[in-house]
Ligand binder design. Structure first.
Ligand code: SF4
Length: 214
């Protein structure tokens, strides 16, 4: 019990400090409808949001609806997204995902974790990001940044899988904070506590951190 309270106090301090650094952390992918959001999230796997936004500025002018992704020849979609990493796999998944949403869900993305995860190329993280962003469902999506930060700050254990990190964070933070906690930890990891050369010398959490690089 005592240990749990301490962990939650620490989690609250981390949230407060990171909130001061990034009060307006948010999803950085550009989109204007649910299809664009899902496609952008799928494109962002192992790619930066910046490179995805650069690509989608043109892509979304040509592909305006799920039907466009579902009906265009695979080779054409591959060509249209070839600037992004893993484009062949992503093109195949996006095309099949669009077909499945049209045929199985009447063209509407389900507000349901399990059903989303049954779509080709959609794993837990993608489903979490989509549910939080589009349906405002309380979720903590754990990507490489969130995982690294959580482990360095002792919110999770080194060997934890992304699912385990997610479970620990959900336990430490109130449900009402899950979406913003995801964004804030992600911003902190992306721009401050980077994988290489984190800004430890100016870090407001250096006293709490388990792995300061000073
Ligand atoms: S001290 Fe360094 S490694 Fe630790 S949280 Fe801050 S930036 Fe990250």
């Amino acid at each position: 019990m005592g240990r749990e309270v301490k962990a939650q106090e620490k989690a609250a301090i981390i949230h407060a400090k990171i909130s001061q650094l990034y009060p307006e952390a948010h999803c950085e992918l550009n989109y204007s409808n649910s299809t664009e959001l899902m496609v952008a999230i799928m494109l962002s796997q192992q790619a930066t949001d910046l490179s995805v936004n650069r690509l989608t500025t043109q892509l979304f002018k040509k592909y305006r609806a799920l039907e466009d992704y579902a009906s265009k020849p695979l080779g054409e979609l591959e060509l249209d997204i070839r600037t992004i990493g893993l484009y062949k796999n992503k093109a195949k998944n996006i095309r099949q995902m669009a077909q499945k949403v049209i045929y199985d869900h009447e063209g509407v993305f389900p507000n349901d974790q399990e059903k989303l995860e049954m779509l080709p190329g959609v794993g837990r993280k993608t489903a979490n990001v989509f549910l939080a962003e589009w349906y405002h469902e309380p979720r903590i999506a754990v990507d490489t940044h969130v995982s690294r930060v959580a482990k360095r700050l002792g919110l999770a254990k080194e060997k934890d899988t992304p699912e385990k990190v997610e479970a620990r964070l959900m336990q430490l933070y109130d449900r009402s904070l899950w979406i913003e906690t995801h964004h804030k930890l992600l911003f902190f990891g992306r721009y401050f506590c980077k994988a290489i050369k984190p800004k430890c010398h100016e870090c407001p959490l250096v006293d709490i951190c388990l792995k300061p690089q000073l």
